[in-house]
Structure formats: C-alpha cells, structure tokens
Design a protein around this ligand. Sequence first.
Ligand SMILES: C[S@@+](CC[C@H](N)C(=O)[O-])C[C@H]1O[C@@H](n2cnc3c(N)ncnc32)[C@H](O)[C@@H]1O
Length: 349
Amino acid sequence: MRLALRGGNPLERAALRANLVPAPAAEAWGGLAVSGVLVAAVRTGIVARLASAPGSAAQIAADLGLAPTPTRLLLECLVSTGHVKQAHDGSLRLARRNRRWLDPDSEVGVARFVNACGDYFDWWRDLDRLVVAGAPVEHHDRPPDDPYWRRYILGQLDLARLTAPEVARRLTLRPGAGHVLDVGGGHGWYAATLCRARPGLTATVLDLPGSARIGREVIAAAGLSHLVSFTEGDARQRDFPAGQDVVLCFNLLHHLTETEIPTLLRRAHAALEPGGTLAILDAFAEPRQTRTDPAATHLALFVRLTSGSTLYTPDQLATWLHTAGFTPPRRIRSARIPGLALYQAGKRW
Ligand SMILES: C[S@@+](CC[C@H](N)C(=O)[O-])C[C@H]1O[C@@H](n2cnc3c(N)ncnc32)[C@H](O)[C@@H]1O
C-alpha cells in the first residue's frame, strides 16, 4: 500500500515526475492536514450530521453549535478530498463511496477508528524523542479509567467488524470445540463472531482492565454476554485458564517483545486441550518481499513508537510456535484482510 503524493492533473503529474515539486515539504505538511481534517470532522459530529441529511455549511454549523467559518473551511477540505460532495445548490452530503465507511450506522463504518487516530498526533510529534532516546509511548500503561481506552478499543472494534466474519469462517476447529480464550481480545468481537458462527462455543477475553471495561460494554450492548465474558489481567504475567479448545491472539504480538512472546505461546499451549487450536492474526514483516511496502514500514515504526516493539517475521513466528509445542503454522490467505496475516497452528503434544 502506497502513502503517496499524487498530482491532480497532467501538469502536476509531470511536475512531480520531473522533480520540480518539493515533495518532502508537501508530504510533511499534507499528511497531517488530511488526517487532522478527517479526525475533526468525526469528533465535531460533522460526519454524523452529514450522514443523517444533506445541508449547507451554515446549517451544519448551526445544528452542531460550531464556529461557522472554520466549519465551512473544513467542509471545503472534505469536498476537495472527495469525502463530501457539493450539489449545485451548495448543499453538502457524504460522498457515496465514503458513506459505507463514515456513516455511524454502517456495519462497516470506521468513524470510531478515525476518531482514535486523533490520539496519534501527539505520538508522531514525539517520534524524534523515540529516535534519540529510544523511549516509546507505552500507551497500554495508562490508568484503566483514562478515556483513551474507549477511543482505542472502539476504534479497534471498527476494524475487527470488517474482518471477523471471514476469520470466523476460515478457522478450522476440531468438532465439539467448546471454549475459546481470546488473549488481548479487547472489544471481544472476534470471539463473539466465532461463537455466533459455531453453536456450542463460548469465550473468555483476557485483557488489561482499561480494555476489558470497554469490551464488556460492547458485548453487553450487542446482547452477547451469554457467549463472551471478560477477565482482567496482564497476559505477560499470568497463566491462562486451562481447558481451552481455541486460543486467539489477535493483534497482540506486535505489542510484545521477543522475550515475552515465547512465554505467552507456552502459556497458550499449556491452556489448550490436546488437539486444540491457536490462531494468530497480526501484521508481519515480510523481508522476502522485493519491494518495500510504505504502509508496512510505517506501521513497524508506529509499533515501535507506541509499544517499544516491532513487527516480527513469519519465520520468527514459526520458530516460536515450534519451540512452544505447536504444529507448523498454516497461513490463511485473504484479500479482505490487507496488511494482516492469519495463522493457525495445532497443539503438538
Ligand atoms: C491492537 S488491540 C487488538 C484488540 C483485538 N484483539 C483485535 O484484534 O481487534 C491490542 C489489545 O491487546 C491488549 N493488550 C496489550 N498488552 C496486553 C497485555 N500485556 N496483556 C493483555 N492484553 C494486552 C490491549 O489492551 C488491546 O485490547
């Protein structure tokens, strides 16, 4: 996936190709600007307002009690990026392409993830501190009642809703599997979707208190508390409850260090019944790819910035799994899950 500066017309494209444009200046300025506009449009309620009905900039500002001129300017930015369309009479509406992603009522909406991205501004600002001193943000160390957890976990829920049905469909579980442990499961949506797809399954999510608190609310609001329960704890420090048929470990490894992961995998192995399944969903470094992927390299740096960790390679994962007592992992490919890889391994002994 490219994170690219593109010309808007043939002349601009030619100027870019001829290296007449100071691309680094445009990239340093423009990336933040596009992100800031989207985050503010969600946080101020402009996106939700546009999703409910079209309106002029003045109407939208009045309805939401916002400052008229900045609201108009922000809406003009959204029109310029194609997120919003303007009719001849000046009324504004969410562009059809973006409605499915930004409408709060859309089942695949990601507005809450956009909202969560607002937390990243401060972190990127301090990137030079990481590079100088090596000190990450450690965002999981916040107190459990910090409002950050809600933004974080609801943002992750938006992404999980996109992929959970396919993940639930593609995982192979042994017949009669009854219990799932979702380590670092946060919102619990992956576990809930799996349980709904396979009658007879129930799940426990093990997560830090700040995440578990939000996850409980998410699952209760969906009426799924009979399928998914939560237990609070640090997966690096405690054993996992025994008797599991399935252990999920989704988007957690990239928050952990090379010494923490083998221990966690040994715990997962100990918790599983014979023949049980471990499933791992995560972003991985792909050193064998000839072309470097800008989205992946930036994600690797982001992970270092936020958790002091990194993206690991599939080979590292295979070695850790082998040492912990799992069968060689089977990679489940999916075009619907860009940037993420789903692996499944069985308990070997
Ligand atoms: C990126 S989110 C992924 C949430 C969910 N598994 C998903 O894939 O959408 C990472 C989750 O791991 C949890 N987590 C991070 N460090 C943890 C730890 N040491 N013990 C337990 N959970 C942890 C976070 O609280 C968060 O819920």
